[in-house]
Design a binder for this molecule. Structure first.
Ligand code: ATP
Ligand code: MG
Length: 408
């Protein structure tokens, strides 16, 4: 992509009404645009990052047998009445259709997925089933001040699994837990992300949150350094030692919940009277699990973790482009390199704009592609470019003919 053609530009200053680092920086760098509190447009750069995040999640959830579907945002009131959540789910947006019927905007989808699976799974032969979606959720959040970390409209990957017995759910739950760690690993967040024990409701002692440590985190968690697990604030009352090694010295930290997994038991299947027939033809309860991850919250979290005073430092797996190519008045040679790299399948943002070196450097640092390739009169003299990693201070001269191999 040529930067002269890119919609949009970087901004000199962050909007005054944004207080979170992630929103200020993503807006200034041209990844997102603010529409209202907790409401954002994803611009070309931001959408590239978001697609990479969702594709990684998709790959890992497909690998544990999740089948992707897409459920509606508009959900009839009766589905929510059936589970008792029409009046009890705070932050539910409600509206009326032209048919005078009432609807909720999807804040989570147990109310849609449970009757969906019920239409198809009558017998043990059809189970287990795991379906998921990556979809826009709407919640009337009271505090939407953390940028992408707490949107009122945001993306969620929500996976739901349906089982014939508790042991089958328990085994699947562990598989998803592993898949989640693979996902956070691929975002470069594994070291900072703690499996966090939270209270489990009626069907299990614990549920699990995945909390990533950030300095501006809204959640308080209590971590065990030895086991790399944590306890959340609500259960520290009953569980004030490490749930794994019983270490009593837990350290309080601030985190952001980047995912959670939950054994639902029969809570939703019972609400819809969803049962299956076993081998003997007897009716039995369906046992459910649900598993959420917030891709847009993750994008904000990655920015909170990976930055310096100049801007973002994207992990390579989610960067909008791998390479930011800067030409200092050597447009002909730069264009050739741009074409060669692009043909080799390397994603390049080529700064072909008529701006000063200082402005180009500042934008490259702000946007945060992992590699900066600079071509100038000086480097050309020795048939080279200057290659610098965004995360490192030092640069090296690389022969132009070796560049593709170096970057591959
Ligand atoms: P929180 O306690 O932070 O409000 P939650 O418990 O309401 O989160 P869930 O309903 O379990 O979250 O949603 C699943 C995932 O969706 C969360 O782990 C998080 O990653 C993401 N998520 C939830 N609410 C938001 C939001 N307002 N903006 C962005 N992502 C969100
Ligand atoms: Mg919430």
């Amino acid at each position: 992509m040529k930067q002269s053609q890119l919609f949009t530009r970087t901004l000199k200053e962050a909007p005054k009404d944004e207080t979170s680092f992630n929103a200020q920086t993503l807006i200034r760098a041209g990844f997102i645009d603010k529409v209202g509190a907790g409401i954002y447009t994803f611009l070309p750069l931001g959408l590239r990052v978001m697609s990479k995040i969702t594709n990684i999640i998709r790959e890992e959830i497909n690998a544990v047998g999740g089948q992707e579907i897409l459920m509606p945002t508009l959900v009839p009131k009766e589905n929510w009445v059936a589970t008792g959540r029409w009046d009890n789910f705070d932050a539910l947006f409600k509206l009326q259709g032209s048919d005078k019927k009432e609807y909720a905007l999807g804040a989570t989808h147990e109310e849609v997925v449970t009757p969906l699976i019920q239409k198809y799974a009558f017998s043990y032969k059809e189970l287990p089933i795991a379906v998921y979606q990556i979809q826009t959720k709407l919640r009337n959040e009271k505090r939407a001040k953390a940028g992408l970390i707490r949107g009122r409209e945001f993306l969620m990957k929500d996976l739901y699994s349906f089982h014939t017995n508790q042991a089958d759910l328990d085994a699947y739950y562990e598989k998803v837990k592993d898949a989640y760690f693979k996902i956070y690993e691929r975002f470069g967040l594994a070291d900072l992300t703690y499996l966090t024990y939270a209270s489990g409701g009626a069907f299990s002692k614990y549920s699990h949150e995945f909390q990533t440590l950030i300095s501006d985190g809204e959640d308080h968690i209590f971590i065990c350094d030895k086991c790399h697990v944590a306890v959340n604030r609500e259960i520290i009352e009953e569980q004030n030692t490490c749930p794994v090694c019983h270490n009593p010295k837990l350290k309080e930290e601030k985190g952001v919940e980047v995912g959670n997994i939950f054994k639902l038991g029969t809570k939703f299947s019972a609400a819809f009277d969803f049962r299956y027939r076993d081998q003997e033809g007897q009716e039995q309860d369906i046992i459910m699990g649900c598993y959420g991850i917030g891709p847009s919250r993750l994008m904000g979290t990655i920015v909170e973790v990976y930055h310096d005073e100049k801007g973002i430092i994207w992990p390579e797996t989610v960067a909008p482009f791998k390479v930011h190519l800067l030409s200092l008045n050597e447009d002909e040679a730069a264009l050739k390199i741009y074409e060669t790299l692009t043909q080799a399948g390397i994603e390049v943002l080529y700064d072909d704009r008529n701006l000063s070196a200082g402005e180009k450097f500042a934008d490259a640092d702000l946007i945060g592609c992992p590699y900066r390739v600079l071509i100038s009169a000086k480097t050309i003299q020795v048939d080279s470019v200057e290659l610098k990693k965004r995360a490192e201070g030092k640069s090296e001269l690389i022969k132009i003919k070796d560049l593709v191999a170096k970057l591959k």
